[in-house]
Design a protein around this ligand. Structure first.
Ligand SMILES: [Zn+2]
Length: 543
């Protein structure tokens, strides 16, 4: 799997400037080629060692992927996941601060000292109603109605933890200056925490943030990414109960205001920009039909491609909510922001550095079983092109998106406007899936995820070493951040001073399902893999 890595054997020391040498076998020229690095045989040797050490730890990595998959916890309730990761990190010499930014399932684990400070992050939460047996190419929940890892957030921490432990060992021996800081993307599916981490100062001394996210390919990009930022707002109304048949004229229905707000928004939608996305769920619609609803709440996501337009949509939403309250004769209570995310913008220098390492690692070697599962699932989902897993890297490093037609959000956007950041996307899932769905869980505790995470950890370990041993990269990354990215656009949080992390979310759902889910927690002392524990003969496909 590492055959594409070519290391120079020049005997020159790292500090002697020598003519740039070709780093490796021919690869298509990136759109924007990084300045060729001076030969650095020591760095090359340490990277080679890191790659071998990540490979040696592939069982450890697999166990983390499977363990977190089996917890399947929703945002803000990642109690088991939090405990598990904190224990591993403490055992491996990291100092851990728990409950950061007032969020019980958020931690910061630190090792090392001095510059650079490298922050490694990845999300940890699951998706409602995504419970699914892994390795089975059709919908088969472990527990009907329970949450599960229908996005693949069980895998990114495993990648970072393995990479961090490997690099830590090398840095200790080589007495290299630098600080490694691991942190979880708690409640990412609610875009619920990263803006609060920033407010709490978690990134104030960070030089570079290396984020990871599950994907079906191995890549990284720089500049403005496609997709949106968003603000997530709860509108609650208060009216007066009455007998809905006996004296309806004495009541005022809060649910009427919710429905009127939704109708108003849906009319207004025609006159919004094409790049917007907006959606809502009614989280309180009253108690029973013969009691006029005294309280009702609706929860909106307002998404747009830049800060100004997000704010504009939010103001429109507030206006419609006030108008709906007036029509229904009820009170609009103070609104709650439940989450927020800036649109994402990734650092050019860090992306180029990561991309060079991606080319050295290459895609994992999928075997026939992996491809059989992937093609069977694609067929099950009536995907017109059931082409299986991605086998090749993209041809070049992707730059800024040309036309942003909107899409999903990730609160790593806030981090990306605070310090130089990239998201390393690693190939742990099957292409062509709907997202936020049981289907996205199927590969996530199989060899597909295990191989993809190990490949990603190799890239991550090499990139950390680059940043530690080539201080000029950190400097260049900040030059891009200050002189290009934030020249005209400055970060301004969407969360307001009065907003607090919405740590109560998902509590009821987890309280309901956790006792049953506990029976399915992975036990690595007894079983090599989670598939083995569940008695699944990989891959299971329809004949
Ligand atoms: Zn995600």
């Amino acid at each position: 799997m590492t055959a594409r890595i070519v290391f120079t054997t020049l005997a020159a020391t790292a500090l002697i400037a020598v003519a740039p040498i070709a780093q490796q076998a021919p690869a298509p020229a990136p759109a924007s080629a990084p300045a060729p690095a001076a030969a650095n045989p020591k760095l090359d040797a340490l990277k080679k060692e890191a790659v071998a050490e990540v490979e040696n730890r592939k069982v450890f990595t697999q166990q983390m992927v499977d363990q977190i998959f089996s917890y399947g916890e929703l945002g803000f309730q990642e109690v088991e996941t939090h405990r598990y990761l904190v224990d591993i990190l403490k055992k491996n010499g990291f100092q851990v601060e728990e409950g950061v930014a007032g969020i019980p399932t958020a931690f910061v684990a630190t090792w090392g000292s001095g510059k650079p400070v490298i922050a490694l992050g990845s999300d940890i939460d699951g998706i409602p109603q995504a419970s699914q047996k892994p390795g089975v190419a059709w919908h088969e929940p472990l527990i009907e109605g329970a949450p599960g890892h229908g996005e693949g957030h069980n895998s990114g921490q495993a990648l970072n933890v393995t990479a961090a432990i490997v690099v830590k060992k090398i840095m200790e021996r080589e007495k290299l200056s630098g600080t490694i800081r691991l942190w979880p993307g708690t409640a990412e599916e609610l875009v619920g925490t990263k803006a609060y981490f920033i407010r709490a100062g978690l990134f104030k001394d960070v030089d570079v943030a290396l984020f990871t996210h599950v994907s079906d390919g191995l890549d990284v990009s720089w500049g403005a990414r496609s997709g949106t930022g968003l603000v997530s707002v709860q509108y609650s109304f208060q009216g007066e109960t009455a007998h809905a048949a006996g004296a309806p004229w004495r009541g005022r229905s809060a649910l009427d205001a919710v429905e009127l707000m939704d109708i108003g928004w849906n009319f207004r939608r025609e006159h919004l920009r094409l790049s917007q996305r907006s959606h809502n769920v009614i989280i309180d619609g009253g108690d029973q039909p013969n009691v006029v609803p005294r309280t009702a709440s609706v929860w909106y996501y307002f998404r747009e491609t830049d800060f100004a337009h997000i704010k504009e949509m939010w103001e429109t939403g507030d206006t419609i909510a006030k108008a709906a309250a007036m029509m229904a004769g009820v009170e609009l209570l103070p609104t709650k922001v439940l989450g927020a995310a800036w649109p994402q913008h990734f650092n050019k220098v860090v992306a180029e550095t990561t991309w060079a390492n991606i080319q050295k690692v290459g895609m994992p070697q999928w075997d026939e079983d992996d491809q059989t599962l992937a093609k069977a699932l694609q067929k099950e989902l009536k995907n017109p092109r059931a082409e299986g897993l991605t086998t090749k890297l993209g041809e070049q490093l992707q730059g800024p998106v040309r036309e942003n037609t909107g899409g999903g959000s990730d609160d790593i956007g806030d981090v990306s406007w605070t310090v130089p950041t990239v998201t390393l996307r690693y190939p742990a899932n099957i292409p062509g899936l709907p997202g936020h769905n049981w289907a996205n869980a199927i590969a996530m505790a199989t060899p597909i995820a295990h191989k993809g995470v190990t490949a990603g950890a190799k890239v991550q370990a090499m990139t950390i070493l680059d940043l530690v041993m080539r201080p000029e990269l950190v400097q260049q990354a900040w030059t891009y951040f200050k002189d290009v990215q934030t020249k005209d656009t400055k970060y301004e949080p969407l969360i307001r001073p009065q907003d607090q992390p919405a740590i109560w979310l998902n509590k009821n759902t987890m309280d309901r399902y956790r006792p049953e889910m506990k029976k399915y927690y992975y036990d690595p002392a007894k079983y090599k893999t989670y598939l083995e524990q569940l008695g699944i003969k990989y891959p299971m496909v329809k004949k």
